[in-house]
Design a protein around this ligand. Sequence first.
Ligand code: ADP
Ligand code: MG
Ligand code: ZN
Length: 494
Amino acid sequence: MEAAPCQTSSVKGLEHGTREKEHSTVTRKVPRDVQMDIEYLYEVVPQLSRVFRITDKIGEGTFSSVYLGEAQITSGEREKFALKHLIPTSHPVRIAAELQCLTVAGGKENVMGVTYCFRKDHHVVIVMPYVEHQAFVDIVGTLSYEEVRQYIYHLLKALKHIHKFGIIHRDIKPTNFLYNRRENKYALVDFGLAQGTPDTQIQLLKELLGLSKTSRSVFGERNLNSINHAKNPSDKIEGHLVKPSKADDISARKLASTKRRAVPSRGPAASQKPKSAALNPPLTCNCYMSDRICNICLSRKQQVAPRAGTPGFRAPEVLTKCPNQGTAIDMWSAGVILLSLLSGRYPFFKASDDLVALTQIMTIRGSRETMQAAGKFGKAVMCSRELPRLDLRILCETLRGVRPCGEDSLPAEFRASRHPADAKQDLTDPAATQSSQSRTDTSKSTGRLQDRGWDSVPDDMYDLLDKLLDLNPETRITADEALQHPVFKDLSDE
Ligand code: ADP
Ligand code: MG
Ligand code: ZN
């Protein structure tokens, strides 16, 4: 098959360079395995070498590897791009849908756009503008209250925008929302899991809906949990207050790695290298980038890689496998991010599976409340112990160290996790001082809790958090409503 760029995207400003040879002398500093991955990418999608000098790998997941590439644009300047190499076993319609989300909804309102797309056989590379960003885990404890307010505002803007198109992202979490603190830039990425609402404007998401209704799991979205709990009747979920034990963790990881190994895989280079024709049939189907699904695709074997959001960010209706899931599931995930931002604790819910995640939700939002809400969406949740609903302000302030940890203010698991060393670090916080040189407000750069605004968070912010973490998707606040919340009064016309 001839190398062909995807038809939907147009290349603007990209100029064929003369870097044909250059790439073989990939930057010396990158580790050997990354170098090999880069060589491999040039090998399977050779046309990349005419445009890009690929210098590093910046992201690595089960479903893609993301590289940093430089291209000379028409003006003569060099520009950075993110090159997302999708795992070649992804279903063509899944890939095309991800691309369509980016092309139709992206490029504005804090949603990542797409510059170009390369394809050679079953290898697809999505080219996007590069957004420099910091790892959330490194900065979550150092942000000022105002930065947190801005962050959540910009995330809500992105959500409002994609929800308008009938896109449910389904994997809202900090690694999919790129944040450049210095330049106040934000970008929602990764539509690899997105689904359409029944009236979605993204044609290919409709296609996906249609496909999944035929009950052929062509996308392999069956996840570990549905295997682990296959014996549970799907509409009856029991939660026990159990900490994820080591054994649970290990068995989950074992399962995960067994499954991962089933994909032709090892490291990314190897993982994307077809081992045998049987595992990786050449893509000779007729439906690629068209609006139909061909017979070849309909008869594809179920794929092994599980693809589902992260348990700790899943809404209660997702955890209980409620069939009617809408854009409200993204709002819940935004609420979990806000919970991290306000408490300075990340990840907030460290759950290895759906049951543990549900139990952790109950410890915060109350077991009775959770059972009641589940009843409203037709699920029976049981809990062996009554867990009281916590006050969100007390919870966040205690974890952050603004509020002394009273004996009765928090359940034991939270008291234990608030280590005295954390408190000390919060108060001095060298990272906060370090990374705020560019800001003019000097009070922010001292890094002390009071000066970062953490001693005077308005009730409105906790009201918003409460509305995002509404257990009932029917009444949970929408992105549009959230942007009009009083806490953003002064930002609404931005
Ligand atoms: P996956 O489906 O494998 O999770 P993502 O699209 O989420 O792939 O990308 C993985 C990681 O690559 C992101 O978490 C981010 O760190 C990095 N990345 C993705 N797109 C960009 C981009 N446009 N600019 C900078 N980094 C990016
Ligand atoms: Mg991702
Ligand atoms: Zn096809």
